[in-house]
Design a protein around this ligand. Sequence first.
Ligand SMILES: Cc1cc2nc3c(=O)[nH]c(=O)nc-3n(C[C@H](O)[C@H](O)[C@H](O)COP(=O)(O)OP(=O)(O)OC[C@H]3O[C@@H](n4cnc5c(N)ncnc54)[C@H](O)[C@@H]3O)c2cc1C
Length: 407
Amino acid sequence: MSPTPPTLRAVVVGGGPAGLMAAEVLAAAGASVVVYDRMPSLSRKFLLAGRGGLNLTHSEPLDAFMARYGAAAGPLRAALEAFPPERLRAWAQELGEDTFVGSSGRVFPKSFKASPLLRAWLRRLAGAGVEVRLRHRFAGFERPGVLRFEHEGETVLAEADVAVLALGGASWPRLGSDGGWTGALEALGVEIAPLRAANSGFEAPWSPHMAKVAGAPLKNIAVAFDGRRVRGEAIVTASGLEGGAIYALSGALRDAIEGKGSALLHVDLRPDVDAAALAQRLGERGSQSLANALRKAAGLSPAAANLLREAGPPPSDPKALAARIKAVPVRLTGVRPIARAISSAGGVPFGETDAGYMLRKVPGVFVAGEMLDWEAPTGGYLLQACFSTGFAAAQGAVAYAANIARS
Ligand SMILES: Cc1cc2nc3c(=O)[nH]c(=O)nc-3n(C[C@H](O)[C@H](O)[C@H](O)COP(=O)(O)OP(=O)(O)OC[C@H]3O[C@@H](n4cnc5c(N)ncnc54)[C@H](O)[C@@H]3O)c2cc1C
């Protein structure tokens, strides 16, 4: 009789979407799995994402989808192909959450919430034998194969054959991911790209006049920077701009501000009307005041009109005024703090991992999710890459363990 092979002992650190997906795959492969998290409950950021409707993924063709990850598209491709958007949608459906494609191509659960999905998922994980240890803060490795946690003032050690770290980035630290893990990996010689705000808002030196419309949306605009133009919506804040259209350009804007101190964004307040037609309408304004013409002939909301005036006195010539409305210059001078960003860039560079997301310098330790060095716009790309890399890292861990057992 051949002896029963020992059960693979797997530890997952971080119970967000990436870590829980890794736990699910490891448990399905027969491993004993313990998930550790520093918070009193799991997946708090995922639940917050649910407050905005939970944009799980996107329905566009995979090649277009991949391109959203910019330089990281290559290193992420295998993971996204192995666990693509359709598979994520099928997975949600298995958990009782049907999804649908919104008008923008984004995919949402029909409930627009994360909580029912998370509840069903945690039940299924518990049924698969996955254990959860909360309030355990990962503090590094005691020695190879032994992870160290801080738990209620005590040190707790956990032995593992494989570990998947899915500790997230550094945005919204009060939800758990505070980027505090970087030191533990740097101590092992792993290079870490600095964590920076992604999908973030920006500061602009507003006059008091502009601050009066703080909170107002700028609907149906286009923003352009450095050769890229994005249609969407922005929101005026007390000290700048945020919102989907701004987030889409946030990587380039952030790099420019960090490099040169500021970035000049151009806002088209009427992207659906061409400059000639707009000039004609403005030319027919007769005795209307400028304020009325901006409202009636140009169709600008009060916030849009204020933004226009913020760039200097509006020209009186209709052609010049139309041109200004179609390209209002807004100088952005600062990046909003990472704590308020939707996601973060930076983290573990792909060069530090092998194809199965194992850290080259720390055999048996795998990384997944937002702690890897990639960034993407909002639109479902963030969660999709977290689920896909969680899936791939766990598969990498199972393959690694099988190799070790054979050798
Ligand atoms: C307001 C908001 C809305 C969003 N909406 C969307 C959306 O609609 N669609 C989308 O695609 N993305 C969205 N995102 C982004 C998405 O939620 C994240 O990209 C995703 O949750 C990252 O998953 P993760 O598993 O890598 O990390 P996280 O979800 O951050 O999970 C990491 C886990 O690790 C734990 N942890 C961290 N450090 C330690 C430590 N030292 N010891 C132990 N545990 C630790 C944390 O407590 C946490 O539970 C949104 C983000 C925000 C802030």
